[in-house]
Design a binder for this molecule. Structure first.
Ligand code: CO
Length: 133
């Protein structure tokens, strides 16, 4: 893993959350993007070498809607930047981690993404992400 690429935070109201995180960080977001396949709207803030990703559900079947219904708003996942996502998937499977999608899918912010089940990482949903060329 190269670095923490971003921390994903599940929010109920993107507009309100964007104001809160702009106030917290002292500057505003650099992009918003819908990921229709995941049923989410995203808003990104840079923070040094890392980012904050706010996630809002766009439908009731969205993983974010289910997460908020179960746990409320809050930290949803930690994303690590990797150079070779397929090699990392192989390595992590050997280590016993439960990979949710072995085939990388297209995520927000021009990334290939793979998720690891929280049960294999102490309750934390882990995202691997690799820049798409
Ligand atoms: Co993410």
């Amino acid at each position: 893993m190269r670095k923490i690429e971003h921390i994903g935070i599940a929010v109920k109201d993107m507009q309100a959350a964007t104001q809160i995180y702009s106030a917290l960080l002292g500057y505003t977001h650099y992009k918003t993007e819908e990921v229709p396949g995941e049923g989410v709207n995203t808003t990104f803030f840079t923070c040094g070498d890392s980012k904050i990703e706010l996630l809002e559900a766009t439908n009731q079947d969205s993983a974010i809607a289910k997460f908020i219904a179960k746990k409320g708003e809050g930290v949803h996942h930690i994303a690590f930047a990797v150079d070779d996502i397929n090699a990392e998937v192989q390595r992590l499977e050997k280590e016993g981690f439960v990979v949710l999608n072995r085939e990388p899918k297209i995520g927000a912010d021009n990334k290939w993404v793979v998720f690891l089940h929280p049960k294999s990482s102490n309750g934390v949903l882990v995202e691997l992400c690799q820049e798409r060329n």
